[in-house]
Design a protein around this ligand. Structure first.
Ligand code: MG
Length: 337
């Protein structure tokens, strides 16, 4: 069982600005897991917000030693071991999880959705993200996104109302709103949500900073729109507590260590009667396809990470007007271009 990895610099079509950062390039690491002549692909897209960089991923991969395992089919044992190496490192762990699942699917000759018994005709409708920008650029982006039925709008700076008003002057399609922890005051957050309620907005994602849990609880009791946790939730163990302050969770494979734990988070959230969304970082078709295989289980999908870049090195799931189209290739169904 052999691991090798390589960095890819993904070029963004537009500067990607959210409430805490802006960037034009996103670097990811693609992991290859090779055994018995079969190669499985995984991906790590690090987020500083969660303490990861390209360097921490590289150093985590170097600590992995699979010698004790006889077969990659022992996913539970291998992934528990990987998780035990060190705390955190969730996107690095995700890369291992994806590469092993891809390998197993290829070994067995089936796509992951088939292995899980999921219906590829029921993939969740995918939103297209409009990041924070000037009125002119937002107008241009909304026109570019014409074919997508749902827009996810980033807010959380001073121009929230301008962002939404600009979009609403062009289209009345459904909007998801993501404040990325940008509203630091609960009264301001409530005022913004009350205003958004009249703008055909479906829900608000992470209105306030994750460490202001009690403020979010206060807000949720008064909010006219459902609140979805994103930065507040990384892994499975956090889900039950979040039901006190949120109506749903945004699962990201890069935060939760991969599809194996994501599946358990979905079951837990369902048991708590919470809505389930899956999002992504800026990722190639490797990470996005992995999420798409799980998407028949979701209420909302925000799996557009590779639609926002110009140089995806992989082919995989296709996003046709917001419909995620899974192919019939084994594993993740991705191929290097
Ligand atoms: Mg978010």
């Amino acid at each position: 069982m052999k691991l090798s990895w390589k960095q890819y610099d993904l070029q963004l079509k537009h500067t990607f600005r959210i409430s805490r950062s802006a960037r034009d390039v996103a670097s990811v690491i693609i992991l290859e897991f090779e055994h018995d002549g079969i190669v499985g692909y995984g991906e790590a897209s690090p987020a500083k917000r969660y303490g990861e960089t390209l360097e921490t991923i590289d150093s985590f991969f170097r600590k992995i030693n699979f010698e004790r395992f006889d077969s990659p089919l022992l996913l539970e044992d291998i992934l528990n071991y990987t998780d035990s190496i060190e705390q955190g490192n969730t996107s690095a762990k995700c890369a291992v999880d994806l590469a092993l699942h891809d390998w197993v699917g290829k070994k067995l000759g089936v796509p992951l959705y088939k292995l899980w018994g999921l219906n590829p005709d029921k993939t969740a409708k995918c939103s297209f993200t409009i990041a924070i920008d000037s009125k002119e650029v937002v107008e241009q982006k909304v026109h570019e996104a014409e074919e997508y039925p749902i827009l996810k709008v980033k807010v959380g700076l001073d121009n929230d109302k301008e962002m939404i008003t600009t979009i609403r002057s062009i289209t009345d399609k459904v909007l998801y709103v993501d404040a990325n922890e940008g509203w630091k005051d609960k009264h301001l957050a409530l005022e913004r949500i009350k205003w958004l309620k009249d703008q055909n907005v479906e829900f608000v994602e992470q209105p306030m900073p994750a460490d202001q849990f009690d403020d979010i609880k206060w807000l949720r009791d008064r909010s006219d729109l459902p609140l979805i946790a994103d930065e507040s939730v990384l892994r499975l163990s956090e889900v039950p507590k979040l039901a006190e302050a949120f109506d749903g969770i945004n699962i990201k494979l890069m935060k939760c260590t991969g599809v194996r734990e994501a599946m358990r988070m979905i079951s837990t959230a369902k048991a708590l009667n919470m809505k389930i969304m899956m999002g992504c970082m800026i990722e190639t078709a490797v990470g996005v396809s992995a999420g798409a295989h799980l998407s028949p289980l979701l209420d909302y999908a925000d799996l557009d990470g590779n639609v926002l870049i110009t140089n995806d090195p992989f082919d995989g799931v296709r996003n046709i007007r917001g419909e995620l189209k899974l192919n019939n290739k084994p594993g993740l169904g991705v191929t290097l271009k």
